[in-house]
Ligand binder design. Structure first.
Ligand SMILES: [Zn+2]
Length: 269
């Protein structure tokens, strides 16, 4: 599933290709991907320039002349770009045509969503989604997390996946951040000390920036897969030895999600 590092990689790559370019035509092949009425969606996009490609949490935003196009990849949505006359894949559901290339939105699981909204609605849109802070936000401090977690006597892993505290963390990165912070995923969020919360903040930055360097874990717009998977410390490493202590990595369900951790390095608080 694309998380912050994957969406940010897409944002960076797309910004180089589509910023300043006009979307001449849009084809929608599956209505349910688009939140607006199909005709309205097309009308509001065609002929507009993509001025800026932005990101908020796991949402991608194309800032157009008059509106904003907001995209969420959910399980397996992705963009890739091709020559303008390229054949459509059976899972390409929306295609944007520029002067000399086309941008295909592909989504085999059909969970992704797109919506065009007015520019002045954007703050309200994200307020309604109750998104928490970006990992780069200076307001993200141990005091902020302590305050947010104090009424949550529940697994820290679950809290990291909740987009209303820190936004952008999904299953892969929650496991990696907790390993780097030497915190057991089932530790109670309300019991974590400020120094431990500071470690979570520091490691969120470290893990995301490390992943961005390798372009995430997901196929990118040029079709090449990011290689951060090769650098994962615990996620998807069940039964293998911990790189730091040699203990066998365990997998169990925490907060409803398959969770990987080292039982020795990550003792329960
Ligand atoms: Zn270990």
């Amino acid at each position: 599933m694309p998380e912050l590092a994957e969406v940010e990689t897409t944002r960076k790559d797309l910004s180089k290709i589509i910023e300043g370019k006009v979307i001449n035509r849009v084809s929608v092949y599956l209505d349910k991907i688009v939140y607006n009425k199909k005709e309205e969606f097309i009308k509001k996009i065609e002929g507009q320039t993509v001025n800026k490609v932005k990101r908020r949490g796991k949402w991608l935003i194309f800032e157009l002349d008059k509106n904003c196009l907001i995209i969420h990849f959910r399980m397996e949505g992705r963009f890739y770009y091709l020559p303008i006359d390229a054949k459509k894949d059976k899972h390409d559901y929306v295609i944007f045509y520029f002067d000399d290339f086309s941008l295909h939105y592909n989504d085999p699981r059909l969970f992704g969503k797109m919506e065009v909204i007015e520019k002045n609605e954007i703050d309200k849109f994200f307020l309604d989604k109750k998104l928490g802070l970006e990992y780069t936000d200076p307001k993200l401090t141990p005091i902020y997390l302590k305050e947010k977690f104090k009424t949550h006597h529940t697994d820290i892993k679950k809290m990291l996946l909740d987009q209303s505290f820190i936004t952008g963390i999904g299953n892969i990165y929650a496991d990696e951040i907790l390993f780097a912070s030497k915190i057991n995923p089932k530790s109670y969020a309300d019991k974590l000390t400020k120094p431990k919360l500071q470690e979570i903040i520091n490691n969120t930055k470290k893990v995301f920036e490390h992943s961005l360097k390798y372009k995430g874990t997901y196929p990118n717009i040029d079709g090449k897969r990011g290689t951060f998977e090769e650098h994962l410390m615990v996620h998807m490493r069940e039964g293998k030895k911990c790189y730091e202590c040699g203990t066998i990595i365990k997998k169990e369900k925490v907060g409803g999600r398959g969770t990987y951790y080292c039982p020795k390095c990550q003792r329960r608080v």
